[in-house]
Design a protein around this ligand. Structure first.
Ligand SMILES: [Zn+2]
Length: 268
C-alpha cells in the first residue's frame, strides 16, 4: 500500500433507539444504534465527517426533532458531544477546517453548531432540499441544525477535498436527495464511511431498504456502488451498525485504518 498522509479516527456521539423499520423495512420492534462521527487529520487541514446529535436534544427533544420526536429515545450524556470528544483527545473543535456532512439529518448535522469556523462541504442538491419548505418537511430536516451561516462549499457529485485522492466525497444519493459518503485512503487501504447510504451490514448484503428513504431507486444504485467499492478492496464503515461499531470504537478517538475495519468484519 502507498503511504497515506491521512489519519482517520472514529467516535461515538450518542445513541438512538427507534422503531426497527426506520432502518430495515418490514422488521418489528425497536433497534438501538450508535451515532458515529469521524475526525480526519490531513497535513493541509482537519475534517469532521458528520457532527452527531444536537446538544439541545437533551433538554428539548421536540424542538430538535419536530414531528419525529415521539419516535426516538436518545442517550446523549455530557461528554459525548463532538466538542468534548475532540477536547478529550487534545483537539480544539474551533480549529477544525472542514465539516463534510453526509446529509442534513439531526444525527449527522446536529453538531454543526459546535464547529462554527469550519467550511461546510455538502452536496448542492442536499443543500437545496434543505432550503425548500416542502423538501424540508418530506425529508424530516430541521434548519436549526445546519442553516447557521457557515462558510460553505456546495459540490455536485464526487469531490476530492485535498486534490490528492486521500479524502474524496462520493455521491450516494437516495436516503436523502443529496446524501454523500466519504472515501478515505488510510495507510493500509481505502475505508469508505457510508453514512446512511448503508445503515447496517444487512442493508448491503440483503439490499434491505429502510422505511425512510427519499428515492428508493437512487438508494439501490448507491448500494450497488458501495458493493463495487468493496470489490475493489475498500472497507466499509456502516452508518449505524452496532455490531460493527462496537468492535471498531475503542477509546475516545479510535484509529480506523483498513486493517481495523477488516478485523471488525469478522462475523460472530
Ligand atoms: Zn443516521
Amino acid at each position: 500500500m502507498n503511504a497515506s498522509p491521512v489519519a482517520l479516527h472514529g467516535m461515538t456521539c450518542g445513541r438512538l433507539r427507534m422503531p426497527h423499520p426506520f432502518l430495515i423495512s418490514g422488521e418489528e420492534g425497536f433497534i438501538e444504534v450508535p451515532v458515529p462521527a469521524f475526525f480526519i487529520v490531513h497535513p493541509r487541514g482537519t475534517v469532521l465527517f458528520d457532527t452527531g446529535l444536537p446538544v439541545g436534544i437533551r433538554t428539548d427533544k421536540e424542538r430538535e426533532l419536530l414531528v419525529a420526536a415521539p419516535f426516538f429515545e436518545v442517550d446523549f450524556a455530557p461528554g459525548a458531544d463532538l466538542a468534548a470528544r475532540l477536547a478529550a483527545a487534545g483537539h480544539d473543535i474551533a480549529r477544525v477546517d472542514y465539516v463534510v456532512n453526509s446529509h442534513l439529518h439531526f444525527d449527522h448535522a446536529g453538531g454543526n453548531a459546535l464547529v462554527p469556523n469550519a467550511r461546510l462541504v455538502v452536496q448542492k442538491r442536499e443543500w437545496e432540499a434543505g432550503r425548500i419548505p416542502e423538501t424540508i418537511a418530506s425529508n424530516y430536516f430541521n434548519p436549526i441544525h445546519y442553516d447557521l451561516g457557515h462558510d460553505r462549499l456546495e459540490i455536485d457529485g464526487a469531490h476530492d477535498l485535498f486534490g490528492d485522492g486521500s479524502v474524496v466525497c462520493v455521491p450516494t444519493y437516495g436516503h436523502t436527495p443529496g446524501h454523500q459518503s466519504l472515501q478515505v485512503r488510510t495507510a493500509d487501504g481505502d475505508v469508505v464511511l457510508c453514512g446512511d447510504a448503508c445503515y447496517l451490514r444487512r442493508t448491503l448484503e440483503e439490499l434491505r431498504l429502510p422505511d425512510i428513504v427519499a428515492d428508493r431507486e437512487a438508494m439501490l444504485r448507491s448500494l450497488e456502488l458501495l458493493r463495487g467499492l468493496v470489490q475493489r478492496g475498500a472497507r466499509l464503515v456502516f452508518g449505524h451498525d452496532d455490531a460493527q461499531w462496537s468492535r471498531l470504537n475503542h477509546g475516545p478517538l479510535a484509529a480506523l485504518g483498513a486493517a481495523e475495519v477488516a478485523r471488525a468484519d469478522v462475523r460472530p
